[in-house]
Design a binder for this molecule. Structure first.
Ligand code: URA
Length: 252
C-alpha cells in the first residue's frame, strides 16, 4: 500500500492521538502484510469416565453376628483390595462395653482381629487397669471390640469420610446386635463418624455423649486412641482420667 507523505503524517498523528506514542519493538512490522491465522478448531476433550457409584451396605438380612460378618465380608468396597482379612470383632458379645476403633492396621490385617498390634496391647493394659478385658466371661468385666472399617486402609492412612460413611450401616447394625450398655469410641476418626460431628477428640474425650442407634439413645464415651498415646506419652494422664470416667459409670 503506497501512502503519500501527507497521508503517512496524518496516520502517525492519528496513532499518537490514540496513545500509541512509543515504539515497542526494534523491527518494523508491516501489519498490512501479516496474514491472520484462522482460529484453530476447538479441541475435543474426551469426557471423564464417570466415577462408579460407591456400593451401598445392605444390612436388611443381618439378624445375628454371623450374618452381619458374612454381609461385611461380601460387601464389594474398593478398600478390600490388597487386604488379607475382614477384621470383624473380638471379645465377649455379652459385654456391657463395646469399643469402636478406626480401622485395622498391619497386625490386625494379618491376624484378622481388631487391636492386636502395639496399640492393641496398650489398649489391653489400659482396660486391665480398670478391671476390664476382652477375654472376661462376666459381661460386667468384659469388652467387645470392633472398628468402623473392617479392611486395612492402604499404608494405614486415615479413612476418608466417604469410606467411614459407607461402613456406618454395618457399625450401627453391629451396635444393635450387641446392644451394649456403653460405647467407647477410640480416637478422632471413629468419634467423628459415630457422633456425626466435626469437633475434634481433644474437646470430646472423657465426656459422655449420646447417639441414637436402632431407635434407642446410647451413651458414648470418646477416648484418646492408644496409637496416639504411644506417640504422645505425656497425654497418658488424660487417658487415665477417661478410663476412670468409664469405670465410675460401670460401677453405678
Ligand atoms: N487401630 C484401630 O483403630 N483399630 C485397630 O484394630 C487397630 C489399630
Amino acid at each position: 500500500m503506497d501512502l503519500t507523505p501527507d497521508a503517512m503524517l496524518a496516520a502517525l498523528a492519528w496513532q499518537i492521538e490514540l496513545g500509541a506514542d512509543e515504539a515497542i519493538g526494534d523491527d518494523f512490522i508491516d501489519r498490512t502484510l501479516v496474514v491472520e491465522k484462522p482460529p484453530e478448531p476447538a479441541r475435543k476433550i474426551p469426557a471423564k469416565a464417570a466415577k462408579p457409584a460407591p456400593p451401598r451396605a445392605d444390612v436388611s438380612g443381618c439378624a445375628d453376628l454371623p450374618s452381619l460378618r458374612a454381609a461385611m465380608a461380601a460387601f464389594a468396597h474398593p478398600l478390600q483390595e490388597g487386604t488379607r482379612n475382614c477384621v470383624f470383632a473380638d471379645g465377649n458379645p455379652a459385654a456391657k462395653v463395646m469399643i469402636i476403633g478406626e480401622a485395622p492396621g498391619r497386625d490386625e490385617d494379618i491376624q484378622g482381629l481388631p487391636f492386636v498390634g502395639r496399640s492393641g496391647q496398650l489398649l489391653d493394659r489400659m482396660l486391665t487397669a480398670i478391671g476390664l478385658s476382652r477375654t472376661a466371661e462376666e459381661p460386667e468385666k468384659a469388652v467387645y471390640i470392633t472398628n468402623i472399617l473392617p479392611w486395612r486402609p492402604p499404608a494405614n492412612r486415615t479413612p476418608s469420610v466417604d469410606e467411614s460413611q459407607a461402613f456406618l450401616p454395618f457399625v450401627s447394625k453391629h451396635v444393635e446386635l450387641i446392644d451394649p450398655a456403653f460405647i467407647v469410641t477410640m480416637g478422632n476418626a471413629s468419634t467423628k463418624t459415630l457422633l456425626d460431628t466435626t469437633t475434634g477428640i481433644m474437646k470430646l474425650r472423657g465426656k459422655w455423649a449420646e447417639i441414637d442407634i436402632g431407635g434407642r439413645p446410647r451413651p458414648v464415651l470418646p477416648m484418646l486412641h492408644p496409637a496416639y498415646l504411644l506417640r504422645q506419652t505425656m497425654d497418658k494422664h488424660k487417658a487415665w482420667h477417661d478410663l476412670l470416667v468409664l469405670q465410675a459409670r460401670l460401677e453405678n
